[in-house]
Design a protein around this ligand. Sequence first.
Ligand SMILES: NC(=O)c1ccc[n+]([C@@H]2O[C@H](COP(=O)([O-])OP(=O)(O)OC[C@H]3O[C@@H](n4cnc5c(N)ncnc54)[C@H](O)[C@@H]3O)[C@@H](O)[C@H]2O)c1
Ligand SMILES: N[C@H](CO)Cc1c[nH]c[nH+]1
Ligand SMILES: [Zn+2]
Length: 428
Amino acid sequence: MRILTAEEFFAERKQTSPTITNEEKLDRAVLDIIHNVRKQKDSALINYTEQFDGVTLDSLFVTEEEFEEAKTQVGDEFISALNEAKNNIQAFHEAQKEQTWFMEKDNDILLGQKVTPLDRVGVYIPGGKAAYPSSVLMDVIPAKIAGVKNIVITTPPQQDGKVSPYVLAAAELAGVNTVFKVGGAQAIAALAYGTETISKVDKIVGPGNAYVARAKKWVYGDVAIDMIAGPSEILVVADETAPVPYVAADLLSQAEHDESASAICVTTSAEQALLIKTEVNKQAEQLERKDIIKPSIQDNGKIIIAENLHAAFDVVNEIAPEHLELMIENPRDYVELVKHAGAIFMGHYSPEPLGDYFAGPNHTLPTNGTARFASPLGVYDFIKKSSIIQYSKDALLQSADSIITLANVEGLTAHANSIKIRKEEKNA
Ligand SMILES: NC(=O)c1ccc[n+]([C@@H]2O[C@H](COP(=O)([O-])OP(=O)(O)OC[C@H]3O[C@@H](n4cnc5c(N)ncnc54)[C@H](O)[C@@H]3O)[C@@H](O)[C@H]2O)c1
Ligand SMILES: N[C@H](CO)Cc1c[nH]c[nH+]1
Ligand SMILES: [Zn+2]
C-alpha cells in the first residue's frame, strides 16, 4: 500500500493513463465472446461456461427441484436476516416511486408524463469469487416496485454445476423464478441479443467483474444498461478522530471482493497514515480471503496525505469513488463538499458493509470514476416516461400563428400545413 501526498497524487493523475493497454486486451476478449454468442447462441454459452467456470452443463436453466433443494440448505438464520434486509431495501426504494402526472391550463390544455415500467429486465448476479444473495435483493426489489413483470437472473454456476443456494433463496424471496447458469461477458451477450434458451431483454442491470462491466458497455445501445458497476471501490476520509482499526477494516472489506478492487484512504495526518498502513497489513494477514486482498492492496491500495480536509475533498472529487466513508468529526458539515460519490457513509458507526447488506439504499453503484455522472441503481432505472399533450380546438387556434411561423423558419412547410389546415372551417 503506497503512501503519497495529495500533490503527488494529482501529479500522477495528470501523467498517466495506465489502463489503456489493459483495456484493449479486455476489449478484444469481450468482443470475441459477444460475437461468438451472437453466432452460436446456447452452444457458445455452454462452451464458455466450460472454459471459464470449469463446468459442463446439460441445461442452462435452474430447475424447480434445484430451487426446492436450495431451501433445505440455507437455514433459518439466513432467511430471517434476508427478510430484515428485504424490508429495509423495500422501504427505502418505495420512496423512489414515480407516478404519471398531468398539468392542466384553463381546461384547454392538458400536458403530462406517463410513467411505464420496462417489459423485460435481465439481472446479472456476480458469482465468480463470491456468491451475492444481497445483490439479488438490491437489483430485483426496485424492479418489482417499478412494476416490471418479466425479470430473469443470470449468474455463473459453482464448481458443482449448481447456483449458490443462497442466491436461489434470495431470488425466490424477491419473486424471481427464472435463473440461468451463465456468467461473464457471455451472459451479457445472451441477455442483449437472445439465444435459443435466453430471451433478449430491454435492459441489463447488476454489477460484475471487469469482463461483465466491459461487455455491458459494448452492448449498450442495442439494449439499455443501468451503469458501469465494476470492481468495488472504497475511499475513506479519516481525520485524527478516526479509530485506525476501523479505517483498516473498512478498507479491507472492499479489497476482498476482487484483486482489481480498490481501497484508498485520505488522511490529514502523516503519522496516522503510517499507523493505518501497518494496521491494514496486520489485519490482512488474519483474513480468510488474503489471497485476493493482498494483490488488491498491493496494486490499487493507497494512503494519501492531504494538508487539510478541504484538500482531502479535492482528492475525493477527483477519484469519484463508488463508496465514500467520512470518518471525521461532524461529517454532516462536510457533505456539501462531496460532488462525486456513489454512496456516502457518515461517521464512525456507518461502515460500508452496513450499506452492502442492510441499511436500505442500493449497493449497486457506479465505479471507475463514473459517479461523476451516474447514480445508484434505483426504481427510476426500471421505468421510462412518455410525454402527453392534448390541446382543445380553441387553444390550438390561439397558438396556430406562432407554430406556423416557427415551422416556416425551419422550412418545414408540411409541419405548418398540419396547423393551417385546422384553421380553415371547411376542413373541420
Ligand atoms: N459495483 C457494485 O455495485 C458491485 C456489487 C457487487 C460486486 N461487485 C463486483 O463484482 C465483481 C464480481 O466478480 P466475480 O469475479 O466474483 O464474479 P462475476 O460473476 O462478475 O465474474 C465471473 C465470470 O467472469 C468470467 N471470467 C473470469 N475470468 C475470465 C477470463 N479470463 N476471460 C473471460 N471471462 C472470464 C467468467 O465467465 C465467470 O463466470 C467484483 O469485482 C466485485 O467487486 C460490484
Ligand atoms: N460492496 C459491493 C459493491 O461494490 C456490494 C456487496 C455485496 N456483498 C458484499 N458487498
Ligand atoms: Zn462489499
